[in-house]
Ligand binder design. Structure first.
Ligand code: HEC
Length: 135
């Protein structure tokens, strides 16, 4: 009989310890803003990786601040809406022919011009565009 009581006591202690543990873990969970900051960081890392892998930096500079073969990509949100930028990254010529500023820009870097990146998939292009629009 005594053994049985000890067993019950042990089980309830374990249950209490488990409850305390769960409570502590809950306290440690980051606030929702923490989660979205992490997400933003992950997206930025993805975009930076695409930027490097696809050689954007060879013309626009490692930090996107421009170089002899391509303009700076900082502050793009002043000139671009998301949709048009997505289209431009897939097919620069079609957007450029309807845009005076891009034609001037293109002349400045002649004979180099922005290549079409049709090898990038839709998700990669969106990741890049969203990232560039925030810089
Ligand atoms: C071979 C050089 C070269 C490469 C590589 C290149 N670009 Fe460009 N890019 C240019 C040039 C030159 C322009 C100027 C406008 C034009 O030619 O259409 C330009 C223009 C742009 C613009 C418009 C800038 C503005 O002021 O509105 C964006 C956005 C852009 N490039 C993004 C990218 C991204 C993202 C990549 C990589 C996926 C990339 N470029 C790769 C040469 C390049």
């Amino acid at each position: 009989m005594a053994n049985w009581k000890i067993f019950v006591a042990l089980v309830s202690m374990l249950a209490a310890a488990a409850a305390a543990f769960v409570y502590q873990q809950k306290q440690r969970e980051p606030a929702s803003s923490g989660i979205s900051e992490t997400k933003v960081r992950v997206e930025a890392n993805k975009a930076e990786q695409i930027y490097q892998e696809w050689g954007c930096g060879t013309c626009h500079g490692e930090r996107a601040a421009g170089g002899p073969q391509g303009p700076s990509l900082l502050g793009l949100s002043a000139h671009w809406r998301r949709e048009t930028l997505l289209r431009y990254l897939k097919d620069p010529v079609s957007v450029r022919t309807a845009d005076e500023r891009l034609q001037q820009l293109s002349k400045r870097y002649y004979p180099i011009s922005m290549p079409a990146f049709d090898g990038l998939d839709e998700a990669q292009i969106e990741t890049l565009a969203d990232y560039l629009l925030k810089r």
